[in-house]
Design a protein. Structure first.
Length: 98
């Protein structure tokens, strides 16, 4: 997947409440819309980048424009809440076997 779109990275959006992940869209917002159409709530969706060739903490990057949510206390493209990052990692580990 990574080679087909961005070379070394795959975009993904994680629904931390439904424990789902949408992978391999051109934009995080495309994947966000896909999950919302499937019943997800926007406040539960977080954009990430996956680096298949990396190991450990470098595999997941918390960086997406859809993460900028001042109303939820997240004022950056990252995921500021450690608890939310942990939930994202659990969903990724559930669906992506390495």
């Amino acid at each position: 997947m990574a080679a087909g779109m961005f070379g070394d990275m795959v975009k993904a959006v994680v629904d931390i409440d439904r424990e789902l992940i949408a992978i391999d869209g051109e934009l995080h917002s495309d994947l966000e819309a896909l999950l919302i159409d499937d019943g997800s709530k926007q406040q539960s969706l977080w954009g990430i980048n996956l680096y298949p060739d990396m190991i450990g903490d470098d595999f997941v990057e918390f960086d997406s424009m859809i993460n900028m949510r001042p109303s939820q206390g997240n004022r950056s493209r990252g995921v500021e809440s450690a608890q939310t990052r942990e939930r994202i990692i659990r969903v990724v580990a559930r669906w992506i076997k390495r």
